[in-house]
Design a protein around this ligand. Structure first.
Ligand SMILES: C[C@@](CO)(OP(=O)(O)O)[C@H](O)COP(=O)(O)OP(=O)(O)OC[C@H]1O[C@@H](n2ccc(N)nc2=O)[C@H](O)[C@@H]1O
Ligand SMILES: Nc1ncnc2c1ncn2[C@@H]1O[C@H](COP(=O)(O)OP(=O)(O)O)[C@@H](O)[C@H]1O
Length: 267
């Protein structure tokens, strides 16, 4: 059985406070992107993980796909499986690729082995694998609070815009990005700001990670500036970076975009 695990962007991200366990309370909008990793699960004699595409840093034994499989195998009678992952979502990009793989694998195993898990149970397992993993179970635009795993449906539709994603060759660690932010419990205007037209977002919507990450990696700030100079109505780093996206009116000729870095993706 095959599943296509999509990426996400964050529209705005405000870090509100730091919890005792080191995690942070935040407010952000998650929006699904039509950029995919491909997952396949086949029954096998031994459980194996076979990646292809973009190389994944770290030990394959710790891959989020295997962690998702083990989590369900502890509770349900799952046979050994071969998990194939073809990686195309950039890593260390703030596009949530690893979390998406894990969440889609939970759903895929639930479907393939007819485990009968309800959405609420899948959300519970996803939360144990990573803060933003739960978003990918429902995979619809949401305002996320808590540590990024409590959701409220919102009306945001970017289908009338080009979404251009630029990924410089910089890997940003999520934990490092959180350490560089000073939380501010008062900064809670995202829900209101997102309800206004995209053209107003530039002055109203902020990603709190940008200042700290731009200071260390100025190339990311340059990409954002270039997207605005090329006519983006709104541009932002996604999550903890390093990918930056720009929203353009569909009338803009994107072939004329001049950005310093490779345009990775255009929707
Ligand atoms: C920043 C965000 C924004 O959507 O995404 P990315 O930019 O990484 O995609 C998320 O909060 C990332 O969520 P996720 O990548 O699932 O985080 P986890 O694996 O659970 O945690 C990685 C590390 O990030 C920090 N962390 C994560 C979430 C959170 N609300 N507070 C934190 O402080 C912790 O230091 C944790 O050890
Ligand atoms: N299936 C996976 N895909 C990508 N990264 C993974 C995966 N499993 C584990 N990881 C680990 O997670 C780290 C970054 O995950 P990712 O979700 O891509 O980050 P970000 O959302 O910040 O872009 C990688 O450095 C890698 O070590």
């Amino acid at each position: 059985m095959i599943a296509f695990a999509n990426a996400k962007i964050n529209i705005g991200l405000q870090v509100l406070s730091r919890r005792e366990d080191g995690y942070h309370q935040l407010e952000t909008v998650f929006y699904p992107l039509k950029m995919y990793d491909v997952l396949e699960v086949v029954e096998a004699t031994d459980t194996r993980f076979i990646p292809s595409g973009i190389p994944i840093p770290g030990d394959a034994k710790d891959n989020l796909c295997l962690r998702a499989y083990r989590l369900l195998a502890e509770a349900y009678d799952l046979p050994p499986v071969c998990i194939y992952l073809h990686k195309t979502i950039p890593i260390g990009a703030g596009l949530g690729g690893g979390s998406a793989d894990a969440a889609f694998l939970l759903t895929l195993l639930n479907d393939k082995f007819e485990l009968g898990l309800a959405e609420s149970q899948l959300l519970g397992y996803a939360r144990r694998l990573g803060a933003d993993c739960a978003f990918f179970i429902r995979n619809t635009p949401v305002l996320a609070t808590g540590i990024g795993d409590v959701f409220e449906d919102i009306e945001v539709d970017l289908s009338g815009y080009h979404v251009v994603v630029v990924k410089p060759p910089v890997h940003v660690s999520t934990a490092e990005a959180y350490r560089a932010v000073t939380p501010d419990p008062a900064s809670r205007q995202l829900k209101s700001a997102i309800s206004h037209p995209v053209a107003t977002w530039r002055d109203a919507i902020v990603n709190d990670f940008e200042a700290g990450i731009f200071a260390v990696h100025p190339v990311i700030a340059t990409i954002k500036e270039n997207l605005y100079q090329s006519g983006a109505l709104f541009a932002s780093m996604s999550g903890s970076g390093s990918a930056v996206y720009g929203l353009f009116n569909k009338s803009v000729q994107l072939t004329e975009l001049e950005v310093d870095n490779k345009v990775f993706y255009i929707e």
